[in-house]
Design a protein around this ligand. Sequence first.
Ligand SMILES: Nc1ncnc2c1ncn2[C@@H]1O[C@H](COP(=O)(O)OP(=O)(O)O)[C@@H](O)[C@H]1O
Ligand SMILES: [Mg+2]
Length: 327
Amino acid sequence: MLTLVERQASRPIREGRIASEDRNELTPAQRVATERLLAVIRAGNIVVLKAAHGAGRTTVLRAVQAATRGALIGAGDFMGVLAGHQAAAIEEAFVSLMDRALDHHDFVILDDHHLIAAVVKDCCYARRKMMDIALTAILDRAIARNKQVLFAMDDNNAPRPVESRAFIVEIETFTPADYESICRAYLGAAAARRLDYAEIHRFAPELNAHQLRNACVWLRADCELDTGRFTEYLTAQNMTSNVELEQVESVDWKDLKGFDDVIQALEAKIALPFENRALAAELQLRPKRGVLSGVNYFFALTTTISPGQRQLLLALRAARSAAARPL
Ligand SMILES: Nc1ncnc2c1ncn2[C@@H]1O[C@H](COP(=O)(O)OP(=O)(O)O)[C@@H](O)[C@H]1O
Ligand SMILES: [Mg+2]
C-alpha cells in the first residue's frame, strides 16, 4: 500500500493545486464573533477583536467590512507608511497611518495590531511606552470626531489605552462544526461528507484554519479520503501534539511502581482513547496528549474514573494479559 507521501508524489504537479480564492462562508465560531462585532460596533467607538492565530481573524474582519463598508488596513499598509518615515519612527508612522485612514473613513479596522505592538514591546526598546502615548492620541481624536476603530489582535492583553476604552469580542475555540465548515470549503462534497469531524477534533483539538486548509489542500485529490487517512496526515505532520517526541524519555507502565490509581487514570484518559477510538467516542473520552510532565502528572493524579470506565479498564487489562500469555 502506498504511503501518504507516495500517494501525493504520484500526482501530476498541477493536479493538486487549488484556486487560492477564499470561499469564506464563516464557521459557527466566526459567525458568532462577526455578529457580536456588528452589535458592539453599533454601541461603541473602540472595539477589539481578539483571537488566536489562525482562528480566522482576517476572515471575520472581511465579513465585518463587507457589512459596514469600513476601511480595512493591516501590516502591508503600515509598512507602506513606514517607508515614508525614518525606520525608527514606528509610533509616528502608526499615528500617520491611523490619522489618514480616519480622515477618509468613519470606521477603520486595523488587522494584526499585535505585530506592530510586538516591535515596541521589547524590554530593550529605547522608546518604551511611546506607543501608549501614540494610541492615546489616536483614540482620543477618534472619539472626539465620533469615529470608530476596530483593533484586531492575538489573544494576549491589548495595550492599556485600548483595553481600557474598548468593547472586547473574541473568536471562540473551534468545535467540530468549525472544522467541518472549513474542510467543506476545500474538499469535494463526497469526501467532505465521509469525514467524521467529531473524531478529527477529538484527535487534534487545536488545529487552526491554516492547518485545516492545508490538510484539505493536501488530501483533496485522494479519492479514498476518509477519517483514518485524514488523521494519518495530521500525525505525519505532527499536528496532534506540540511536543517534540525525540526530547521525551520513554517510560513504561511498570516503571511507575506504587501508582496503581495513576496508571488507571493514565490508561483511561491517555492510552484508551488512542487504542480504541470507538469506545473512547462512546464514553466521550478525549485523548490527552503530551509528556508526563508535572502538569500532566498532576492532571492524571486529579482525574477521576467513572465506574463504567473502571470496568472497561479491567476488561481491557484482562484482554491484554490474555493476549500476552503464551498459548
Ligand atoms: N470560514 C472559513 N472557510 C474557509 N476557509 C477559511 C475560513 N476561515 C479561515 N479560512 C482559511 O484559513 C486561513 C486562515 O484564515 P485567516 O482569516 O487569514 O486567519 P487569521 O487571520 O486568524 O490568521 C485562510 O487561508 C482562510 O481562507
Ligand atoms: Mg490574519
